[in-house]
Design a protein around this ligand. Sequence first.
Ligand SMILES: *Cc1c(COP(=O)(O)O)cnc(C)c1O
Length: 220
Amino acid sequence: MTRRTEIAERLLDVQERIAVAAKKAQRDPSEITLIAVTKSFPISDIEILSQLGVQEFGENRDSDAAPKAAAVPGRWHFQGQIQSNKLKSICSWAHVIHSLDELRHFEVIEKFATHPLEIFLQVNLDGLAERGGAAIESLYPLASIIQAHPVHRLAGLMAVAPLGIDPEIAFGNLHEIQRGFLRDFPSAKSLSAGMSQDFETAISHGATHLRIGSQIMGSR
Ligand SMILES: *Cc1c(COP(=O)(O)O)cnc(C)c1O
């Protein structure tokens, strides 16, 4: 099997599973965006995805992502833990940032971004901050500042299901947190949740942006 056939089959399988899960949750599949997470995979794979019609790509590390984004046109998402010293570069290639959790990072974005960014705030669901994100209370003031910003747009919330916790419970909590958040920020409707192992559960709890790597690309 060629790499192209392998990726095409895996992609189709994921797209079909998304459609089924959306139907089951009585949701319109067109409100769900699939982001192909291409971290650790080469530009040649991303070109295949692009030929297959994928336009949304997700990466975790600035140094890996910058050359990929320069090589393949699309909408590029940054979802890794933010390091301040990389943020200026991230702002040069990313269109969407999923992992903002501190005001000082937004201040760097304000200073250096040369195009409008869409920003998700990462909520920590386990209180351990192991996989990034902050407690929802501390994200409210940050959300107010981004929402009032004339250039950048507050998209919504993002979370990763904590290791060792049933994603059904984690994403159920997230959905509840989002309901509260939407009362204060009704236009920040997006919810970035769901990876290879748990995206169907995320869809059942309102995810609008799925970040899927290995299920499309194969094991890393
Ligand atoms: C790696 C990663 C993904 C994709 O993970 P898969 O299990 O390969 O689908 C999604 N979101 C974040 C934040 C990641 O680090």
